[in-house]
Design a protein around this ligand. Structure first.
Ligand SMILES: [Zn+2]
Length: 325
């Protein structure tokens, strides 16, 4: 059953059902929940790494929550959408003279608000990195189409292949005012080290986690890792990948958690490395339930009961049609 997740086509099969269920989550009209904190509220001090300030948290008129923490030469801005619209997190890495954006929000108004926030920082956006091909991460790219947008080869290919269909479907579901009419086909990011405005970045490709191909962006000299959707922080997971290989990806990230104490998730607020254990436990519980229950209600309730502190339980609904057709 879980093998059926592995497909590229957005027009038929399990991927299409997954995408349709992304649409359904909005129709469920979940209440707007607060963003659950899974983050350390203390300054992060790790031997050999610069000390980051405690997060300063504000809320935009758009409803996006902004978390800012800084050290001498780098400031991290994370903009997280309300849980009612998937709690997508996008990040701006501010260096002395430039900005690096990671992901672009899902809804166009949020993408535009992210762009406005970035422009308000008064520095050029040197790079936009798209972590993976899911629409909630690349559909906001229209708001950044005058800047260099990059993704891994496989991700760029899938965006080029499926972008028009995603726009058509999502505009139908959310309305043309909420979904961009265009998207950017990213230039190709090559895994490896890159220096931007004097700051070292490390780009890594991770296969078969929440998406087939994920870009992980690390700042090795600052102890910051942006995981894309390998990590969900403070919210339930959207089970878009296979539990075993996704768990392996989390375990791999966890092995270097001492070197990367600040975790920037694809959904939910910035976290401490303890978030890996929560995600691993969630996937293990999901696997156990898949193997033991015969209906979606029991599957969902089992996860809600096991993880009462996680928000956005509507995330579980995404895979109802796939797991229990
Ligand atoms: Zn996502």
């Amino acid at each position: 059953m879980m093998n059926s997740f592995k497909t590229n086509t957005a027009t038929e099969g399990p991927k299409a059902r997954f995408m349709q269920s992304i649409s359904k989550i909005a129709l469920v009209a979940v209440a707007t929940l607060g963003i659950s904190a899974c983050s350390s509220d203390d300054p992060v001090t790790t031997s050999g790494l610069p000390t980051f300030s405690a997060p300063e948290v504000t809320t935009r008129d758009s409803g996006m929550v902004v978390s800012v923490r800084e050290t001498s030469d780098v400031t991290i801005h994370t903009l997280t959408a309300p849980e009612s619209v998937f709690a997508n997190s996008t990040h701006l890495i501010e260096t002395a003279n430039s900005l690096v954006a990671i992901d672009t929000q899902f809804l166009l108004p949020n993408a535009q608000d992210m762009r406005a926030y970035a422009d308000g920082l008064g520095k050029p956006i040197e790079r936009v990195y798209i972590t993976h091909e899911h629409p909630d991460h690349f559909l906001g790219s229209e708001a950044f189409n005058d800047r260099p947008v990059f993704a891994l080869q496989a991700v760029s290919d899938l965006i080029a292949q499926n972008g028009d269909a995603e726009i058509a479907e999502k505009q139908g579901d959310f309305g043309p005012a909420n979904i961009a009419s265009t998207f950017v086909v990213p230039e190709i990011a090559v895994p490896g080290a890159v220096t931007i405005d004097g700051v070292a970045f490390l780009l890594e490709e991770v296969l078969d986690a929440e998406a087939q191909t994920q870009l992980v962006v690390k700042l090795p000299n600052h102890g910051v890792v942006a995981t894309g959707d390998i990590v969900y922080s403070g919210v339930h997971l959207i089970l878009a990948g296979q539990t075993d290989t996704w768990t392996t990806a989390l375990q791999n990230l966890a092995t270097s958690s001492a070197a990367y104490p600040i975790v920037l998730a694809g959904h939910g607020v910035p976290a401490a490395p303890a978030v890996y254990d929560t995600n691993i436990s969630w996937l293990a519980k999901a696997r156990e339930l898949i193997d033991s229950v015969d209906n979606f209600a029991d599957f969902k309730q089992g996860l809600v009961d096991e993880f009462p502190d996680l928000g956005m339980d509507a995330a579980i609904d995404f895979v109802q049609a796939i797991l229990f057709p």
